[in-house]
Design a protein around this ligand. Structure first.
Ligand SMILES: C[S@@+](CC[C@H](N)C(=O)[O-])C[C@H]1O[C@@H](n2cnc3c(N)ncnc32)[C@H](O)[C@@H]1O
Length: 281
């Protein structure tokens, strides 16, 4: 008698194999979305079954390096959810302006669009030079794009609309150089940004941040992993520091969520309300 479908068993074995062989633990990821990503990989590489994919991954480290970026969703855009950035200007900029120097951590920054968006926002608020911005992700391929700051010209119309809707104060085109099919963002926006790999599943605190943005990442994790990450964020934030999540994410119903208070339920902005993060039980 089998417990679960063959596919479910294969997925579990694949996760165990990747963990044992390469140290990446996808065990706490949302099963349905992980399965969808694996299905996309199968058809991308013309591999008939998950077991065969597991073989390929175990036998060929090069192949795993190619597949790793496909195991996470990297969709992003400039000024994604413009109303969130308007709220950031209203609520968080006044807080940051009280500090002579501050740190911002973008966890799961993907290809960097939200990091450049925030750099622009800080510049327009006259606060950029006080900031150190850490931009981290598990996916080295996405980070490479983020470091270069070059994006397809096809996304610029949408990004410009987002920028205007987010309350942008300049002409958006003053922040990039367009050539043929790509735009290159002003390298001075990167001056205070440090890009680095960081895995929210296993890596620990590395800075004391005034604001953490981790938008559209927790949605791919199960409740236990969300609790682990929330604990990490609590220990990484200063007292009264801000945590910004994606539009479908919340700290409610997550273990440790009571260490944060909602400042804006609508825009998923929370504030750390304990003096130090309590370790997870
Ligand atoms: C949908 S993107 C979100 C990008 C951006 N924050 C935004 O909202 O536009 C999710 C990102 O989370 C990253 N990610 C997934 N698992 C992670 C982990 N364990 N540690 C760090 N980043 C992770 C993925 O590589 C991906 O770049």
């Amino acid at each position: 008698m089998m417990h679960g479908s063959v596919e479910d068993i294969e997925i579990k074995l694949l996760i165990q194999a990747i963990h044992a062989c390469y140290g990446y633990d996808f065990g706490g990821y949302n099963e349905a979305s992980f399965k969808r990503l694996v299905t996309v990989i199968l058809s991308k590489y013309g591999i008939p079954t998950i077991s065969r994919l597991q073989d390929e991954i175990l036998q060929k480290p090069d192949f795993f390096a190619r597949v790793l970026p496909d195991l996470t969703v990297t969709t992003s855009e400039m000024f994604r959810d413009p109303a969130f950035y308007r709220e950031f200007r209203e609520e968080i900029i006044p807080f940051l302006s009280t500090w002579s120097a501050f740190k911002i951590w973008h966890a799961g920054c993907s290809t960097g669009e939200e990091v450049y968006s925030l750099a622009i926002l800080l510049k327009e608020a006259g606060l950029y030079d006080r900031a150190v911005i850490y931009a981290t992700d598990i996916n080295p391929t996405a980070l490479k794009v983020a470091r270069e700051g070059i994006y397809p010209v096809t996304q610029i119309k949408r990004d410009t609309q987002n920028y205007i809707a987010a309350g942008g104060r300049e002409s958006f085109s003053s922040y990039y150089m367009a050539s043929y099919d790509a735009v290159r963002f002003d390298p001075t926006l990167r001056k205070n940004i440090l890009f680095a790999t960081h895995n929210l599943v296993v890596d620990d605190v590395f800075c004391e941040a005034h604001v953490i943005l981790c938008r559209n990442v927790l949605i791919y994790f199960d409740r236990d992993l969300q609790a682990r990450v929330l604990d990490l964020f609590s220990r990484s934030l200063v007292f009264k520091g801000y945590l910004c999540l994606g539009s479908h994410e919340t700290v409610r119903f997550v273990r440790g969520g009571q260490e944060f208070q909602a400042v804006s339920d609508q825009h998923k902005i929370f504030r750390k309300v304990v003096r130090s993060g309590a370790p997870l039980q």
